[in-house]
Design a protein around this ligand. Structure first.
Ligand SMILES: O=P(O)(O)OC[C@H]1O[C@](O)(COP(=O)(O)O)[C@@H](O)[C@@H]1O
Ligand SMILES: [Mg+2]
Ligand SMILES: [Mg+2]
Length: 338
């Protein structure tokens, strides 16, 4: 029996993340490969967390740590594990000189003062879903440092603004684990094949539908939402759109990115500035959203145009299909949103 290239037993495994990154790098003759290595380091940490998430119930990784993070939220064990795993992968990789994390109050210096990049990270997004086996994720944002290489990174390196991100992405630990990221051009998704230990290109050049029929928000807070938002949501209901809310931003965002939809988390009494964090939740997802044809706003402003002032600042977030976000904003301009 002759085995040819197209023989069903010899099907190609597809384009691995490593190979994809290498090819992309070749498109930039002056690229040093540092950003490529940093993306690989993040993927490595993602593989480790994939393993920990999958067996969390077997190795006592569920439940709370019994301490609170800088947000005043009770830290889950997996929040800490993910935080440590990313710190180690970025420290050992050598490309990131500093990190900010949802789980840490201050800037974390990795000791790689010659590293050219800084990373803002939500090591585990959707913490309330960890113990109940619902999709959770990791969100990351990368900047080229502005402080001199060789020196200690400072707050300035993280206060550059959303449009200065050089890369952003997320890893979704769901029915499959997928890493989605952009370096400012196309958005691509790579599904993890644990049997090979490789992320494989499964969602090339992701483009989101211009419109959608899915809306995602926590209905428990509806009475506190501004009139403009309540009016928009009642329109969605009238049109019999589907209400879908997983309670993990990454998972709700990913579904809406693929199917068309909108995720809303306005300011509430509990979170008058909004709940989601600008630097490691809103900025990176807005960077991806805009490159996939979506919009991300807070009130009238694009999320990427909000000036950063502090490491853990929050923002209202409305993100999703262009037509839906535009309609929400115009509904707002007719009725006060906040
Ligand atoms: O429980 P609520 O108020 O609906 O908030 C859910 C939102 O908060 C988050 O869990 C915040 O992220 P973390 O889990 O990383 O703290 C989002 O993932 C999610 O969309
Ligand atoms: Mg989060
Ligand atoms: Mg988190």
């Amino acid at each position: 029996m002759e085995i040819t290239n197209s023989h069903p037993l010899a099907l190609s495994v597809g384009v691995t993340l490593d190979r994809y990154i290498m090819h992309r790098q070749m498109a930039f003759p002056y690229a040093s490969g540092d950003l490529s290595q940093l993306l690989r380091d993040i993927a490595l940490a993602g593989k480790i967390i994939h393993r920990e998430v999958n067996r969390a119930g077997l190795i006592d990784l569920t439940g709370e740590m019994g301490v609170e993070n800088v947000q005043g939220e009770s830290q889950q064990k997996l929040d800490m594990i993910a935080d440590i795993r990313f710190y180690r992968a970025l420290r050992n990789g050598g490309e990131a000189c500093a990190i900010i994390s949802e789980e840490e109050e201050e800037i974390i210096h990795t000791g790689n003062d010659n590293g050219k990049y800084v990373v803002a990270i939500d090591p585990l997004d959707g913490s309330s879903n960890i113990d109940v086996n619902v999709s959770i994720g990791t969100i990351f944002s990368i900047y080229r440092r502005t402080t001199p290489v060789g020196s200690k990174a400072t707050l300035d390196d993280f206060m550059q603004g959303g449009r200065k991100q050089v890369a952003a992405g997320y890893i979704l630990y769901g029915s499959s684990t997928i890493m989605v990221y952009t370096t400012g051009h196309s958005v691509n998704g790579f599904t993890y094949d644990a049997s090979l230990g490789e992320f494989i290109l499964s969602h090339p050049d992701m483009r989101s539908p211009a419109d959608g029929q899915i809306y995602s928000y926590n209905d428990g807070y509806l009475p506190e939402f501004p009139d403009g938002v309540q009016h928009y949501l009642s329109e969605c209901r009238k049109r019999r759109y589907s209400a879908r809310y997983i309670g993990s931003l990454v998972a709700d965002f990913h579904r809406n990115l693929i199917k068309g939809g909108i995720y809303l988390y306005p300011a509430t009494k509990k979170n008058p500035e909004g709940k989601l964090r600008l630097l490691y939740e809103a900025y990176p997802l807005a960077f991806i959203a805009e490159r996939a044809g979506c919009l991300a706003v807070s009130q009238e402003h694009s999320i990427l145009d909000i000036d950063p002032v502090s490491l853990h600042q929050r923002t209202p977030l409305f993100i999703g299909s262009q037509t839906m976000v535009e309609e929400l904003v115009s509904t707002n301009s007719r009725q006060p949103m906040l």
